[in-house]
Design a protein around this ligand. Structure first.
Ligand SMILES: Cc1ncc(COP(=O)(O)O)c(C=O)c1O
Length: 381
């Protein structure tokens, strides 16, 4: 059976170029970047090169990049680190109900520790409204965290307008750009972004590494204590091999961005057309004209998520019902519940499909055909 992986928003396979760049480093560069001898200096040089590429990819300065263990750590550091460092200016934080749990649970932790958090709504199109943010801002607001692209629906949020609104407010603007990073151009200075999260494994790099951009004017408390690494903002001996792999993944993603976007647009169109031609009843979640091309979230009326995912898996198709971090649980999606209301059937019959590097046009059509026959069988039973 030909297995077809359509779950790249959960994680993506490493690109061959990334693996090839990493393998020699394992044996050739084992020094500790903090050591002053030649072994250490070689490792430091690789870290510096990687940091330069990360910074360049978002128009930031090298000293504004904090390398972390991934998106989750970067989100936690952004929210908790800025809240703790700025509590003399206020105790109010604003985010949205559709954030990744790395942001939502960090916000809940802050609530337990005396901060007030406003969770802005999202609407049926999958977007938050800048006007809601305007209404919620107070003189005590110190951090606003709004994702660039939602990981379940692929819907792009109004980041530029949020940056414009906040540029003269004391609140720092954090955006989780984990799903946006390889598909949309990002310029942190132009969009007035103060903190931005990126994860390597979503862009064909190794797992367990990411970075947080922290504008040089942001005051941030570290959440870990120890060495001087990452300018004391994230101490601990650096993962040089993964940093090199991540660097190559970033370079590939930047060089191939336009091609990838065009390819995934074509895949998305083909996927939907094939389902429609097979007369499957589908409803697309969120406004597709505002979605990144690699993610599509589809509701299949008359079915349910567990049935769908089990049957897809039996026929070799890997997809998911939303955030991979909640996969395995039968909890309705918090994102779709926010968009359509708790209890709406879309929250329990929707699947996220996400395209990636190794998918081919034939795979997309084949997957849609297999899915169509499963959905028709389930909906009729
Ligand atoms: C939007 C978003 N933020 C954060 C994360 C967490 O990133 P990581 O897996 O690198 O911790 C994910 C991963 O699912 C994500 O999609």
């Amino acid at each position: 059976m030909n297995h077809i992986y359509l779950d790249h928003a959960a994680t993506a396979p490493m690109a061959t170029e990334v693996i090839e760049a990493m393998v020699p480093i394992y044996s050739e560069v084992f020094g500790n970047p903090s050591s002053v001898h030649a072994f250490g200096r070689k490792a430091r040089q690789l870290m510096d090169q990687a940091r330069q590429v990360f910074a360049g990819s978002i128009h930031a300065e090298e000293k504004e990049i904090v390398i972390t263990s991934g998106g989750t750590e970067a989100d936690n550091l952004a929210l908790i680190g800025t809240a703790l460092a700025n509590k003399q200016k206020g105790n109010h934080i604003i985010t949205t109900v559709q954030e990744h749990h790395a942001v939502l649970h960090a916000a809940e932790h802050l609530e337990e520790n005396g901060f007030n958090v406003t969770y802005l709504p999202v609407y049926e199109d999958g977007k938050m409204a800048v006007n809601d943010l305007k209404q919620a801002l107070t003189d005590h607001t110190i951090v606003v965290s709004i994702m660039s692209v939602n990981n379940e629906t692929g819907i792009i949020q109004p980041i530029h307008d949020i940056g414009e609104l906040l540029k003269n407010h004391q609140a720092y603007f954090h955006t989780d750009a984990v799903q946006a990073y390889s598909q949309l151009p990002i310029d942190v200075k132009e969009d007035h972004i103060d903190l931005l999260t990126v994860s390597s494994h979503k862009i064909n790099g190794p797992k367990g590494i990411g970075f947080l951009y922290v504008n040089k004017n942001v005051s941030l408390h570290t959440l870990q204590f120890g060495g001087e690494q990452e300018r004391k903002r994230r101490p601990g001996t650096e993962n040089v091999v993964s940093a090199v792999g991540f660097q190559h993944a970033v370079q590939l993603a930047m060089n191939q961005r336009e091609n990838r976007v065009e390819t995934y647009k074509e895949y998305k169109k083909l996927f939907i057309e094939t389902l429609e031609q097979a007369a499957v009843n589908v409803e697309l979640n969120g406004n597709q004209s505002e979605a990144i091309p690699s993610i599509i979230n589809i509701s299949f009326p008359g079915t349910n998520v567990e049935q769908l995912l089990t049957n897809f898996d039996l026929t070799g198709i890997a997809a998911s019902s939303g955030s991979a971090c909640t996969a395995g649980s039968v909890e309705p999606s918090h994102v779709l519940s926010a968009m359509y209301g708790a209890g709406n059937e879309r929250t329990t019959n929707s699947i996220r499909f996400s395209f990636g590097l190794h998918n081919k046009k034939e795979d997309i059509m084949e997957a849609a055909e297999r899915i169509a026959s499963i959905v028709k069988r389930l909906a009729a039973s």
